[in-house]
Ligand binder design. Sequence first.
Ligand SMILES: Nc1nc2c(c(=O)[nH]1)N[C@H]1C(S)=C(S)[C@@H](COP(=O)(O)O)O[C@H]1N2
Ligand SMILES: [Mo]
Length: 311
Amino acid sequence: MKQKSWLNSFSEKDVTNEALFNNRRQIVSSMGLALGAALTGGLIPLSAYACKADKVIDARQLKPNSWKEISQYNNYYEFSTNKEVVHLLAKALKTEPWTLTIEGEVKKPITLDIDALTQKFASEDRIYPLRCVEGWSMVIPWQGFSLCHLIDLVQPGSEARFVEFVSLHRPEEMIGQRGGGLDWPYREALRLDEALHPLTFLATGMYGKKIPAQNGAPLRLVVPWKYGFKSAKAITHIRFLKEQPRTSWNIAAASEYGFYANVNPQVAHPRWSQKRENRIGEIRKKRTLPFNGYAEQVASMYKGMDLSVYY
Ligand SMILES: Nc1nc2c(c(=O)[nH]1)N[C@H]1C(S)=C(S)[C@@H](COP(=O)(O)O)O[C@H]1N2
Ligand SMILES: [Mo]
């Protein structure tokens, strides 16, 4: 399925280096669709989720962080809890060959090579802010495709309610997996309607180059309205499930890492306020926006839910 580029005026091939990228880019954000009320039980009519995003200029005009800032300050516990050494340790990771398996409650389960996968979908550009639950943020220019295109391909069964993302488990190359830490492999999940939202993205590139290992090569989820830990790196399996699965961070500390984890300045982390954030490379703290600035596009999915309870 070939989709028209999400950002017509800007071809991915143009993005050969950072400076050129910054000159040519036009910031646009996806309006998303009116996805309707929160889905807590009923069948999901897939036709309601035609994977199309309206194109609008993003009034926020987000300025991307530099390649260096993005690729040398990383949370990736499979390697280290020290953000500044992750990029060095991640050199040990072999990302070729790589296969992705999609299984569970789907009509067309599939295992395919990452290159075959990326060729199926036209590359789109997204400039998304990433807000870590720890209180820092950066703006990252990604290339990839909306997850909903992939979901269209495998066709969830009528029982599917949740989508689980499983990261690579390879202690030989991921030194942080040799000790305890998290419950490996790293697992995250979304409700099916969240997974189908056109903002939900699978990244294969960054700044027009292949995504670096430390940022989640070769395939990484990006959910811009949720805290960064929801955006799993190095994905090997995507599973469609009937029930809400447990996720690695939630198992480690449920009170700090909720399943929903929507960016919410009103709800403090048990150990710090979430009202402000430290944008990497900037001196003054910024106000944190509800849903990381995407309330208009995503808030309707949570109608009727108390988001201080469904943390
Ligand atoms: N597999 C895996 N994915 C992960 C993590 C991790 O430790 N392992 N850390 C998460 C957290 S806490 C954040 S903030 C982001 C950081 O992404 P970045 O390093 O690309 O900025 O990745 C998320 N995805
Ligand atoms: Mo994070």
